[in-house]
Design a binder for this molecule. Sequence first.
Ligand SMILES: [Zn+2]
Length: 355
Amino acid sequence: MADQLLLRDYVPRSRLRVPVHLVDRPRYPVFDAHNHLGSVFAGDWPARPVEDLVAVLDESGVERVVDMDGGWGEHLRAEIARHVGPYPDRFVIFAGLDYEGWSHDERFGETEAARLRDSVAAGAAGVKAWKLLGLRARDPRGRLVAVDDPRLDALWATAGELGIPVAIHVADPVAFFDPLDRFNERWEELHAHPDWHFHPTRPSEQAEAPGFPPFDEIMQQLEHVLARHPGTTFVGAHVGCAAEDLGWVARMLETHPNFNVDIAARIGELGRQPYGARDFFLRYQDRIVFGTDVPADVRSYRLHYRFLETRDEYFSYDLGEVPGQGRWMIYGLGLPDDVLRKVYRDNAYRLILRS
Ligand SMILES: [Zn+2]
């Protein structure tokens, strides 16, 4: 029928005529504080020579990258040898956690703490906690491990003692916790990735286990951890795990001086609330670090620069024909130079390399 069209076939093209300012080089050299070089999130980079990656970074104006995929043990040592070995000034490797191992280790918190000491001795500069914490990782009795599970206190405290930051990603976009119906703003994305749907009524893997906790509960758990470990520096991935609610993130930043955020994979969220986002950047300019979370690519980096540096209106936040996180466009923030410099590099040097 001529008056019906499938959503997936709908690809409207904006007829706006507005100024376009493409930004080839960032105003200041960039420290990408959230990327992946050694996992499925790294695209084809693990199979390509590191010098090709460095060439892309050079062309993009990126001077340093955090690789969240260090893991531990042999994998960590290999990841460090591959990247930091030949390019000590270009790469920083974060260790990871063995979520799977928690299900058969009564003392998993102590195990992680001890392993973190080894990882840092081997050259890891931080540790990454991933959303499996709070959503999927289970203890030996089969119970979900909450983000604020006291058994993990040893790990968070050890990170503080070692003086390394914890990059923490819990929960996910809030719509991933909503019913998957016609009101869900991430409908297409969740249909493409059904395993990202965490609505509480959707049973988790184990039949007898309870469903996923609600979004707000996970966020409260995160706040408990921030409050219990004031001596540990946390960087909340993806705008503090709550890019849709900058008011909540602002309250966390005000209440917990040990909390900071990266902007990885969230220019789509920030850019659809440009007035609030710009105020947020100005107010918390010392607490925000740049990150992309997408396989290193000149076009992706340039899109981020356009978002942060220009006041361009109504452009896509990714490179696809239809933007992947939801059907909306973004607006540039036109940040002042001093703020750009902090967000692009200075904050990350201070928080991650303590320089
Ligand atoms: Zn990531």
